[in-house]
Design a protein around this ligand. Structure first.
Ligand code: AMP
Length: 191
């Protein structure tokens, strides 16, 4: 079993790369952002809670996010492994994930951290606003807040995995396929 955390700031290419890795390694892809957006679209109670935070570019509270993630993992008892995209985003979430996986005799294999300079992130998010129609990509203040929240609350999570020797930094710039090759090379070292 292989369980990957795909990590990086908003616009680093986590979603794009996760979709490719799923095909390569036959993993279940869990994107907390996608799951929240699905809930917002279908007007669920969870969606209403998440929307109030996402609209401003803030994190959805840990208790809500962790419970949702655990429910999603439990929907796939036969999975060969998971790729967590956009989770964990706080140290609390990382600890809760370890604890939860341990209870299922599973663990995180590796965190892959996509490195992209800030100016390129903003450019990518503004471009994505035109194609994907995400409200949180369309406003430069919300983008700036998401990047600030990432630096303040999420970036420290890298240290949590580094301390466990489960951290690989990957250059996230250049052609999509080349970033994919770098990710696969890093993963294959752990298989
Ligand atoms: P993403 O699609 O990963 O960019 O996430 C979009 C938004 O969903 C974020 O800006 C947060 O508001 C929320 N979100 C996604 N994942 C998490 C998480 N692990 N913890 C808290 N909020 C999250």
């Amino acid at each position: 079993m292989i369980n990957l955390v795909l990590f990086g700031p908003p616009g680093a290419g986590k979603g794009t790369q996760a979709k490719k890795l799923v095909d390569n390694y036959h993993l279940v892809h869990l994107s907390t952002g996608d799951i929240f957006r699905y809930n917002i679209k279908h007007q669920t109670e969870l969606g209403a809670i998440a929307k109030s935070y996402m609209d401003d570019g803030n994190l959805v509270p840990d208790d809500v996010t962790i419970k949702m993630l655990e429910t999603e993992v439990n929907k796939h008892p036969d999975a060969k492994g998971f790729i967590f995209d956009g989770f964990p985003r706080t140290e609390n979430q990382a600890k809760a994930l370890d604890h939860f996986l341990e209870s299922k005799d599973m663990d995180i294999t590796l965190m892959l951290s996509l490195q992209v300079p800030d100016d390129e992130l903003t450019e990518r998010l503004q471009k994505r606003a035109e194609t994907d129609g995400r409200a949180d990509d369309a406003d430069s203040e919300i983008i700036a807040n998401r990047i600030a929240v990432y630096k303040r609350e999420t970036e420290p999570v890298a240290e949590y995995y580094r301390a466990q020797d489960k951290f690989e930094a990957i250059r996230g710039t250049g052609p999509i396929d080349e970033v994919g090759n770098r990710l696969r090379a890093a993963i294959d070292k752990y298989l």
